[in-house]
Design a protein around this ligand. Structure first.
Ligand code: URP
Ligand code: ZN
Ligand code: ZN
Length: 553
C-alpha cells in the first residue's frame, strides 16, 4: 500500500516507514525534497500551528487519492447561472454536470453537498509571495501562501514577478525557482522597473514564450520600483503591440515623498504618518493620469488595489466615456478602515500599513457598492505579508515599515459575509467577482473560473449556514499577525478541491509541494477586441496629413 508521509507543523518530520524511505530517495523528487527540508528549517522557528501537510511527490492519497470525484446535490454556481446538480470529476477535469449522476465503479469519492454551494475556486489576481521588498522579503512563500489560499477557498493566484536590477529574464527565472514548492496552480504578472531595448525585447519573450500577459508599472515607491511618465508611455505602447494588459499601482510617488517629508518634519513618525502622507488625492491623480495616458495610446488599463472613492470615480468616469479600464479593489480596502493606524500599540498599528493606504471609514462601503454595480470588476488581496518583527523595522520611522497586509486566506469568506450575506450581491455575482472575471481578464477562461465540462476541477463547497472565525493562531500564513484578527462571519468554505484533489476538508489541509502547475496566459484577451477598429477610426478622423504645395496661389 502506498504510504502517507505527513509533516505536522511545526515541521517535525515523522520517522519514515520503509515504504516512505523508498519514496524519500526517489531521485525524481530529490530536488524538491531538499527544497522542502530547507523550507521546513526556516519555518520551524516561525510557525506555531499544527496543520498537516503531505510529503513531496506523495501521489498516494494525500489530498485524496481518488482521481474520480462525485459531488452530489449541491447548488452549482457559475457567474451567470445556478442550478441544483451533481458534478462529476475525473483526472482533475470536470467531466459532467447534471441531475442524478450515477456512481460508476467503486473508486469514486462521493461528497454530499446538499444545502451547500458548489462554486469555482477563487482566483486571486494580486499576490506577492516571497517578494524582496523594503529591505526584507514577504514571509509567505509559494508553499505557505498557497496553503493559506486553499484553506480559504482560493485555488489559483497570479503573483507579480519583480525583475532583478530591471532584468526581466533574471526575475522570471528566480520566480520559477521560488514557485517550485507550489501546492496549487498559479500564474505570473511582471513588473517593469526600467526601460531600454533589452526590456522591450524581453517583454515579447515573456508574452510569447513564458505565458505572461500583463505588466505592472509602479507610479510610486520613489527610488525603488517607481517609473516615470515617459517609461509608462513606452510600456503602454509595448503592451498594446503585444496584446498584454498594462497594470498600474496608481499613486503620485513624487508627491508621496513630499508628503512623507512633511509628516517627519511635523514629528509624526508613527504608522498614522503613513496614511497622512499619501491621501486619496494622490491616488486619484495618478489613476486619472494613467487612464488618460492609456486612452492616448488606446490600450486597456488595469488599476490594481483601488483604495479610495476618489480613484474609483476616475475609473467610473473613464468607463462612462467608453474607455476599457478595469478597477480591482482589494479585500482590506473593502472591509477595514484607517483608524487602526492610530492605535497606540505600534505592532497593532503597523500591521495595517499598506499602499495605497487603507482609507477612512466610508470608502470601503462605496467601493463595495461600485463592485456590485460593475464599476469595479473583481476583488484581489494584494497578499503581501510581513510579521511583527519585520514591521518593527519602521518603529522610529513609518517610511521603513514594510508595506503590505494579508488576505489570501480570508478574501473568499470576507466577501461572502460582507457582500452576499448582506444582500449587496447575488451568489452568481460572488462567483463573477472572486473568480470568473479574473479568468476572463487574464484569458484563462473557461479553463479556470467556471464549472463547465472540460474546465479544471478547481472547486469549493461553501456552507452558507456555517460560520468562520479568523485568528493568527489558526490561520495558515506564516505571519504572527492577521489584519482581520477576531473577525467572525457567516458562510464557510468546507471543502476545497484543487484540480480534482480534495485538499481542504474537515478543517484539515492535505497539500503536496510540487503539484501546483504554472498556468500560461495567452495575450489578446477580450479587452483587446476591436482596438484596431478604434485605431483605424481615429486615423480616419484626423483629416491629415493635409496635402499642400509650396507655391502660394
Ligand atoms: O502595500 C502594498 N501594496 N504592498 C505590496 C506592493 C504593492 O504596492 O502592490
Ligand atoms: Zn501596488
Ligand atoms: Zn501589490
Amino acid at each position: 500500500m502506498a504510504s502517507k508521509l505527513r509533516y505536522p507543523l511545526p515541521w517535525r518530520i515523522k520517522p519514515c516507514s520503509p515504504t516512505n524511505r523508498s519514496l524519500l530517495f526517489d531521485r525524481s523528487h530529490l530536488h524538491l525534497l531538499l527544497l522542502l527540508l530547507l523550507a521546513s528549517l526556516v519555518l520551524s522557528s516561525a510557525s506555531q500551528h499544527a496543520h498537516e501537510f503531505c510529503s513531496i511527490g506523495d501521489d498516494s492519497g494525500c489530498g485524496s487519492s481518488s482521481t474520480k470525484l462525485l459531488i452530489k446535490g449541491g447548488t452549482v454556481v457559475n457567474a451567470h447561472h445556478k442550478e441544483v446538480a451533481d458534478v462529476y470529476v475525473e483526472d482533475g477535469i470536470i467531466a459532467s454536470i447534471g441531475p442524478n449522476i450515477v456512481q460508476v465503479g467503486d473508486e469514486v469519492n462521493i461528497i454530499d453537498a446538499t444545502g451547500k454551494y458548489v462554486m469555482p475556486g477563487g482566483i486571486d489576481p494580486h499576490t506577492h509571495l516571497e517578494m524582496d521588498f523594503m529591505e526584507t522579503a514577504t514571509i509567505d512563500d509559494f508553499f505557505t501562501g498557497q496553503a493559506a489560499a486553499l484553506a480559504g477557498g482560493t485555488t489559483m493566484h497570479i503573483d507579480f514577478v519583480i525583475p532583478i536590477n530591471g532584468d526581466l529574464s533574471a526575475g522570471f527565472e528566480s520566480y520559477v525557482s521560488k514557485a517550485k514548492k507550489s501546492v496549487m496552480d498559479y500564474g505570473f504578472h511582471m513588473a517593469i522597473t526600467k526601460w531600454d531595448e533589452a526590456v522591450s525585447k524581453d517583454m515579447e519573450v515573456m508574452v510569447k514564450e513564458h505565458g505572461i500577459n500583463s505588466f505592472k508599472f509602479f507610479m510610486a515607491y520613489k527610488g525603488a520600483l517607481m517609473i516615470n511618465d515617459e517609461l509608462l508611455l513606452h510600456g503602454l505602447e509595448r503592451c498594446k503591440s503585444l496584446g498584454a494588459l498594462a497594470m498600474v499601482h496608481a499613486e503620485n510617488g513624487d508627491a508621496v515623498a513630499e508628503g512623507q517629508k512633511r509628516m517627519i518634519d511635523l514629528g509624526i513618525t508613527g504608522p498614522e504618518g503613513h496614511a497622512l502622507s499619501r491621501p486619496p488625492i494622490l491616488e486619484a491623480e495618478a489613476t486619472a493620469r494613467a487612464i488618460r495616458l492609456a486612452g492616448f495610446v488606446n490600450t486597456p488599463l488595469y488599476v490594481v488595489h483601488v483604495m479610495s472613492i476618489d480613484a474609483m470615480e476616475e475609473i467610473a468616469k473613464a468607463k462612462k466615456s467608453g474607455q476599457r479600464v478595469i478597477g480591482e479593489p482589494v479585500v482590506s480596502g473593502l472591509v477595514l478602515d484607517d483608524s487602526w493606524l492610530w492605535h497606540p500599540d505600534f505592532t497593532t498599528a503597523a500591521k495595517y500599513v499598506m499602499s495605497p493606504p487603507i482609507r477612512k471609514a466610508g470608502h470601503g462601503e462605496v467601493l463595495k457598492a461600485a463592485l456590485s454595480a460593475g464599476i469595479l470588476q473583481l476583488v484581489g488581496t494584494d497578499h503581501c505579508t510581513f510579521n511583527s518583527t519585520q514591521k518593527a523595522l519602521g518603529f522610529d520611522d513609518f517610511r521603513k515599515i514594510p508595506n503590505g497586509v494579508n488576505g489570501i486566506e480570508e478574501r473568499m469568506h470576507l466577501i461572502w459575509d460582507t457582500m452576499v450575506e448582506t444582500g449587496l450581491i447575488s451568489v452568481t455575482d460572488y462567483v463573477r467577482i472572486t473568480s470568473t472575471e479574473c479568468a476572463r481578464i487574464f484569458n484563462i477562461y473557461p479553463q479556470k473560473g467556471a464549472i463547465l465540462e472540460g474546465s479544471d476541477a478547481d472547486l469549493i463547497i461553501l456552507n452558507p449556514n456555517a460560520s468562520f472565525r479568523v485568528t493568527s493562531a489558526s490561520h495558515h500564513s506564516r505571519s504572527d499577525t492577521n489584519v482581520y484578527e477576531g473577525r467572525t462571519g457567516k458562510g464557510k468554505v468546507e471543502v476545497t478541491i484543487s484540480r480534482g484533489r480534495v485538499v481542504w476538508e474537515d478543517d484539515t489541509l492535505k497539500v503536496t509541494p510540487g503539484l501546483g502547475r504554472y498556468i500560461k496566459m495567452k495575450p489578446f484577451s477580450y479587452l483587446f477586441d476591436g482596438i484596431e477598429k478604434a485605431d483605424a477610426a481615429y486615423l480616419a478622423s484626423l483629416s491629415a496629413p493635409v496635402q499642400r504645395s509650396r507655391a502660394s496661389s
